[in-house]
Design a protein around this ligand. Structure first.
Ligand code: ATP
Ligand code: MG
Length: 412
């Protein structure tokens, strides 16, 4: 029987799945997981066959380390595994054979690395780093698809909707990108209303029945701020309990990616499966916070949580309403000291903002174009579009094989 080792609880879903055939490699991978401070790694006995079994039963990990020694033809076997792997999953292969042709074939297939045994912790660290660099440099095809940006407030009322709508507006109208703005708070989200749009029932239907999600369903659920800026939002009756299905986040992202440069998702602060999944597949994960001590504490906890779910994403902390004494602000240096992170952006508190945006039903940078708050959100949009500018759309196999993992794209 396969022995399974849970390094700790699975509360946040498996960060790492390792399927290994020998005790020495198992020990090295265990040390590697501890060195990375991953508390939710699964280490399973067996190679590609075990990986197949695990991926059929559980939520896909961010990183798969798999021993290819049990397969006669590792390239074919990994190709067969592809159907079970989401696009953003990284794969590191290990094996006995020190064979350059095998290495080239596997790299060509899209795996991050092939490490000949005996493996060591530094070898795994280098392989992980290479995978990250590939993503960041845009040398793999993931970066040519829509970028998913998630924003979650450390506390209620810190201005997450204001920042999300403002960022989407800047990317759409100043950077001329195609943007989908999604509000995953089906009960209390006010993203649509903040842009003077009336939420409809389509988003809930899409999230409850992801198998039905296709371009037609989403387009019937979509509200249009403008041709470049689409909004998906709901305002479900409070007595209802929408049952968001497993796979909804992936299904929605797959369809939206075909038409958008950016998908910006405002996340509610209940950490259900769809929220966790959205963070996992995001390329940029942002926390919006005021500069109070209570928000600092939750920013810290959320930042750690986000890094576990999406270690290769770009992580941002956005201070908003900066300078607002009434929110119990402790000042930027003290806030940064407590959190142990620097703010990536600091959007000042502007008393006119609430009044102007709500009376005009428009995004902050549109309503108060030259305000300091608008300029900071514009800078955020410039940075995100500059770093992560998608390539111009052209005919691409990924359009027709939307679920093919990135590590197999190049052979598609
Ligand atoms: N930089 C700012 N300066 C002044 N007022 C702001 C600023 N950012 C947001 N606000 C105001 O704060 C209030 C709350 O903003 P918003 O709805 O964006 O917060 P939220 O974090 O999304 O709230 P919720 O937790 O309900 O989702 C609004 O009235 C908004 O206009
Ligand atoms: Mg909000």
């Amino acid at each position: 029987m396969a022995s399974e080792e849970q390094l700790t609880s699975q509360r946040t879903g498996p960060r790492l799945l390792a399927c290994l055939t020998d005790p020495a490699s198992t020990q090295v991978v265990r040390d590697f997981a501890i060195a990375q401070r991953w508390r939710n790694a699964s280490i399973i006995e067996g190679g590609i066959v075990s990986a197949q079994g695990q991926l059929q039963q559980q939520v896909a990990p961010n990183l798969l380390i798999v021993d290819v020694d049990d397969a006669e033809d590792p390239v074919q076997a990994l190709y067969a595994l592809a159907d079970l792997c989401p696009p953003e999953m990284s794969v590191i292969t290990i094996g006995q054979r020190n064979d350059l042709n095998l290495y080239r074939d596997l790299i060509e297939l899209g795996v991050s690395d092939y490490l000949p045994k005996p493996i060591t912790v530094p070898m795994l660290e280098r392989a992980l780093k290479r995978g990250k660099q590939r993503t960041q440099n845009g040398s793999n095809e993931e970066t040519q698809k829509a970028q998913i940006i998630t924003l979650m407030g450390a506390r209620g009322g810190v201005g997450t909707t204001t920042v999300a709508a403002g960022l989407a507006w800047c990317l759409a109208h100043l950077q001329h990108r195609t943007v989908a703005l999604v509000d995953l708070d089906l009960h209390f989200g006010n993203l649509a209303l903040s842009l003077d749009l009336v939420p409809g029932p389509g988003l809930r239907e899409a999230l409850e029945y992801p198998a039905r999600i296709d371009a037609r369903l989403l387009s019937s659920a979509t509200l249009h701020e403008s041709p470049q800026l689409s909004v998906l939002a709901a305002e479900e009756p409070l007595v209802d309990q929408p049952q968001v299905a497993a796979g909804a986040a992936d299904a929605m992202a797959t369809v939206l990616r075909a038409d958008c440069d950016f998908i910006i998702v405002e996340l509610p602060r209940h950490l259900d499966d769809s929220v966790r999944r959205m963070i996992t597949i995001a390329s940029t994960v942002g926390i919006v916070t005021d500069l109070s001590l209570t928000a600092a504490r939750d920013t810290l906890r959320l930042a750690e949580f986000n890094k576990i779910l999406s270690p290769t994403a770009k992580h941002m902390v956005i201070g908003n309403q900066v300078g607002s004494v009434h929110r119990g602000e402790v000042g930027r240096p003290e806030f940064e000291r407590v959190v142990g992170l620097n703010l990536d952006f600091a959007v000042p508190f502007e008393p006119q903002t609430a009044l102007t945006t709500s009376s005009m039903g428009t995004a902050l940078p549109a309503a108060l174009r030259n305000s300091k708050a608008a300029l900071e959100i514009i800078a955020m949009a410039e940075q995100l579009s500059g770093i992560e500018a998608p390539q111009k759309k052209s005919f691409s196999a990924s359009k027709f094989l939307p679920t093919l993992p990135s590590w197999l794209k190049r052979s598609a």
